[in-house]
Design a protein around this ligand. Structure first.
Ligand code: IVH
Length: 683
C-alpha cells in the first residue's frame, strides 16, 4: 500500500525514469543470477524490485513492453536439449509479501466467486528449487522435462532417472492405487541443505568450484548433458500437483497430495489443510518460526484453494492461477554494504570483530551490525571493507555476515588488518594456543569490566533486576564499582549521587542486589565469568566443590578429573583463582556475606533410563532451552557434560551446532535431535 501512495505522488516523468531504472537493473540481476550464477542481490530483493515494476506497469499498462522483466514467464528452452511440449501450461504463481497482500488476494477471489468465503485451503511449503513435469505412461516413468517457458520445456529424462526418490514405476508399492494410463505430475527438484553443504565440502576438498546458491546448482545439475554428473550429486524431489491425466482424479488438492503419496511419490509432509484464511495465517506464523529447522530451503508458503473445481473456475491471470498464491517469508538473507569493521571486547577479553553495515531490513528488523565471528573468518572469506556482503538473520541468532559478494567488487575495497592492541585499553593483544580468538589480557581493561558486570547481573546468572548496561557504565565512571564484588557495598547514598536515580529506584536496586546473595553456588561460579565456565560446567563444579574456597584451592588435575571438564578449562580456572585481583573479589564477596554452599544431591525419583549415560548438548533445540534439556536428562538419571570426549554417550544436536557436532562425528558418537532424545527417554 505504501508503495502505491509513493507511485501516485510521483510525476509521470519521474515514474517513467524509475521504471527504466528498475527494468535495466532487473535485466542485469537476471543475467547475473541465471547465466553467471553470481547474484549480487538476494532473491527477496529481486522479488521486491519486480513487484515495484509490476505496480508501475499496473498504473500505466501502456508502458508495458514485451521485453519487460514482468513479461518473462520462465527461461526459454535451450537448443542443447530436446524440446518437450507440456500437456497443459505449466503455470507460475503470484506473490503476497505480507498479510495485507494475502488478504487482498482472498478478497479479490471472493469477489469473483462467493464460494471462496467458505472454502478450505491447502498450505504447502514453497520449496526453493526448480519445477519439473514428469510423465508416467502405463505406470512407468516415460519422460521428464523442465518447466522452460511454461509451454515448452527441456527433456531431462536421463538426468531425472538418477534421482533416488523419483519412482520409476507407480504404484511404487504393492497395493497402491492403479494410475491412469497417462499421468503428468509436477514437482520441485532441490537439494537438502545438508546435501548441498556436503557437496560444497567435497568441492572444496577437491579444489573445485564452491556453489553459491542451492537453487541454481540444482538447475545446473539437472541440465547436465552428462547424466553421470547429475547422478554424482544428491538431488531431491517433492511432487505437489497433477498437471493432466486421462482418468478420474481426486476432487481436492488435499486428496491429491494423499493420492500422490499413495502412488509412491515423495510429498512434503509439512503441508496443512486449513479451514479458512485465519487457519492459513496461523500456519504461516508457525512456519515462519520453524522454517529454519526444515531440512530444505523454503522461501514461503503456497496457499491453494482446496476445491479443485472451484480452483479451475477461478481461472488464470496471465501465467498465474487465481486459486493459488505464494505467500513469501520475510527475507532472512540480504546483501548490503560493509562500511567498516569494529571490534568488541568480551568479558573474558576475547576480541570479536563485527560488521558496521549500511542499515538494511532483514525479516522485519533493521540491521546495522552483524558479527564477523573472528579474525580468521575475515581472512578466510577475504572480506574487505567496502565490500557488498551477504548478511543473514535467522531466528534469535545474532545477525552474521556470510561472505562478500565477489562479483560486486569495485577494487576500491580495502583489506582489513586486525588490531594488535585492545581497542578499549590499548594494551597488546594475545592469542591463546589452540584457539582462533585473540584476547585482551589486561584484567583492568574497562571494557572487560563492563562486560563482566553485565554477565554477572544477567538473567542467566545472578539475575539482578534493574541493573542495565547504562547504569553499569555510570557506576564504573563514577568510580563506585571497580569489580563485581563492589556491587555489594553500594549504598543508597552512592546511587542517589548518580544521574537518573531517585529514592525509589535506588532502594529497588539495592534490594535486588542484596537478594542476589541468595543465589546458588553454581550460579555464582557461572557469574564470575571464568573462561570456559558456562552454566553446565558451573553445575559440575558445584557438585564437586562445597564453596569458593574449595574450588580456589583445587589443583588442575583435581578439576580435570571431573568428567566433561578438559585440561584447558581446568587451567583457566586455576589461572583465574591465582590472580590477586580475583582473590580480592572473593574476599569482598565473603565479607559481604555472599558465600553460597553447594546443596547436597537430591535422591533420584522416578525411572532413571539415562543412568550411567553422559550427554552433551550443542546448538539450539527447537522445543526446549538448553537448561530445560539438561533438566530433562538429569531427571532421568543422565549426566550432562560441557565437552565431547570418548566418554560421551550421546550428543544432542540442535540448529547451528558447531564444533561439538564435528567432534562427535569424528569420535563416532551417536547424535540425537530433540525428538530422538525424547524417544530414547521412552525407551
Ligand atoms: S504450485 C499452478 N506448489 O514456486 C501451480 N509451486 O513461484 C503453480 N513451488 O513455479 C505452482 N513449491 O516452481 C506450487 N508446493 C508448491 C511449490 C511450488 C515450490 C515453485 C514452483 C513455481 C514457483 C512459483
Amino acid at each position: 500500500m505504501r508503495r502505491r501512495c509513493i507511485i501516485f505522488a510521483m510525476s509521470d516523468e519521474a515514474l517513467r525514469k524509475q521504471l527504466d531504472e528498475l527494468r535495466s537493473a532487473l535485466h542485469e540481476h537476471n543475467y547475473r543470477y541465471h547465466v553467471l550464477d553470481q547474484p549480487v542481490i538476494s532473491d527477496a530483493e529481486y522479488d521486491r524490485m519486480l513487484a515495484e515494476l509490476r505496480a508501475i506497469e499496473e498504473e500505466h499498462p501502456e508502458w508495458v513492453t514485451p521485453d519487460s522483466p514482468t513479461q518473462r514467464a520462465g527461461s526459454q528452452p535451450s537448443p542443447r536439449f530436446v524440446k518437450v511440449t507440456h500437456p497443459a501450461p505449466i503455470l507460475s504463481l503470484a506473490n503476497a509479501f505480507d498479510e495485507a497482500g494475502l488478504r487482498a488476494w482472498f478478497e479479490r477471489i471472493t469477489r469473483l466467486d462467493e464460494r471462496v468465503s467458505k472454502a478450505s485451503f491447502v498450505a504447502e511449503p514453497k520449496l526453493d528449487g526448480l519445477s519439473v513435469v514428469l510423465h508416467y505412461k502405463d505406470g512407468l516413468f516415460a519422460q521428464g522435462a523442465t518447466r522452460g517457458n511454461g509451454d515448452v520445456g527441456e527433456d531431462v529424462t536421463a538426468n531425472l532417472r538418477t534421482l533416488r526418490t523419483l519412482p520409476l514405476r507407480i504404484p511404487a508399492a504393492a497395493g497402491g492405487p492403479q494410475p491412469p494410463a497417462n499421468l503428468y505430475v509436477r514437482g520441485e527438484v532441490f537439494f537438502y541443505k545438508a546435501d548441498f553443504e556436503a557437496l560444497n565440502k567435497r568441492q572444496a576438498e577437491e579444489g573445485g568450484q564452491i556453489y553459491q546458491t542451492a537453487r541454481n546448482t540444482a538447475a545446473g545439475t539437472l541440465r547436465q548433458l552428462d547424466a553421470s554428473i547429475t547422478a554424482s550429486r544428491p538431488l531431491a524431489l517433492y511432487v505437489y500437483n497433477v498437471v493432466s491425466a486421462d482418468g478420474s482424479l481426486p476432487a481436492t488438492q488435499w486428496d491429491t497430495l494423499d493420492y500422490l503419496r499413495q502412488l509412491g511419490f515423495p510429498v512434503a509432509g509439512e503441508s496443512r489443510l486449513c479451514n479458512g484464511l485465519d487457519d492459513v495465517l496461523a500456519a504461516y506464523g508457525e512456519w515462519e518460526q520453524t522454517r529454519e529447522q526444515l531440512p530444505y530451503e523454503v522461501d514461503g508458503m503456497v496457499v491453494k484453494v482446496n476445491d479443485l473445481r472451484l480452483a479451475e473456475d477461478l481461472g488464470v491471470v496471465g501465467k498465474d492461477p487465481r486459486a493459488s498464491i505464494a505467500y513469501k517469508f520475510p527475507a532472512i538473507e540480504v546483501t548490503t554494504q560493509l562500511h567498516g569493521i569494529g571490534v568488541n571486547v568480551g568479558r573474558t577479553g576475547v576480541l570479536t570483530p563485527y560488521a558496521m553495515l549500511e542499515p538494511v531490513e532483514i525479516g522485519g528488523v533493521i540491521v546495522r551490525q552483524a558479527t564477523l565471528h573472528n579474525f580468521d573468518f575475515i581472512e578466510e572469506k577475504d572480506i574487505r571493507v567496502g565490500d557488498r556482503v551477504m548478511v543473514k538473520r535467522a531466528g534469535d541468532v545474532i545477525p552474521y555476515v556470510i561472505g562478500p559478494v565477489l562479483a560486486a567488487r569495485t577494487r576500491k575495497e580495502k583489506k582489513y588488518v586486525p588490531p594488535d592492541k585492545c581497542p578499549a585499553c590499548q594494551q597488546p593483544v594475545e592469542k591463546i594456543e589452540g584457539e582462533v580468538a585473540w584476547y585482551c589480557i589486561n584484567s583492568a581493561c574497562p571494557e572487560q569490566l563492563v562486560r563482566n558486570i553485565e554477565h554477572f547481573v544477567s538473567r542467566s546468572t545472578l539475575d539482578i533486576v534493574g541493573l542495565g548496561i547504562k547504569i553499569v557504565v555510570q557506576l564504573i565512571e563514577a568510580g563506585l564499582v571497580k569489580d563485581v564484588a563492589d556491587l555489594y557495598s553500594l549504598t543508597r547514598e552512592d546511587l542517589l549521587g548518580i544521574e537518573g536515580f531517585a529514592d525509589k529506584k535506588a532502594d529497588n536496586l539495592i534490594t535486588s542486589i542484596q537478594a542476589s546473595k541468595e543465589r546458588s553456588l553454581a550460579q555464582l561460579f557461572y557469574a564470575l565469568g571464568i573462561r570456559g565456565v558456562g552454566d553446565v560446567v558451573a553445575q559440575m563444579l558445584a557438585r564437586k566443590y562445597r564453596d569458593l574456597d574449595e574450588l580456589a584451592t583445587a589443583s588442575m588435575d583435581d578439576i580435570d578429573d571431573i568428567e566433561g571438564i578438559g585440561p584447558s578449562i581446568a587451567e583457566a580456572i586455576v589461572d583465574w583463582f591465582s590472580k590477586p585481583a580475583n582473590q580480592q573479589v572473593l574476599a569482598k564477596l565473603k565479607a559481604a556475606g555472599f558465600w553460597p554452599q553447594s546443596e547436597p544431591p537430591k535422591a533420584p525419583s522416578g525411572p532413571q533410563p539415562f543412568a550411567g549415560k553422559t550427554f552433551v548438548i550443542t546448538g539450539t533445540l527447537p522445543g526446549m532451552s538448553r537448561k530445560e534439556a539438561q533438566q530433562f536428562i538429569e531427571a532421568l538419571g543422565g549426566k550432562v557434560s560441557g565437552s565431547v570426549s570418548a566418554k560421551t554417550s550421546y550428543v544432542v544436536v540442535g540448529e547451528e551446532a558447531g564444533s561439538k557436532l564435528d567432534k562427535a562425528r569424528e569420535l563416532g558418537i551417536t547424535t540425537l535431535d530433540e525428538d530422538a532424545l525424547k524417544a530414547l527417554a521412552q525407551g
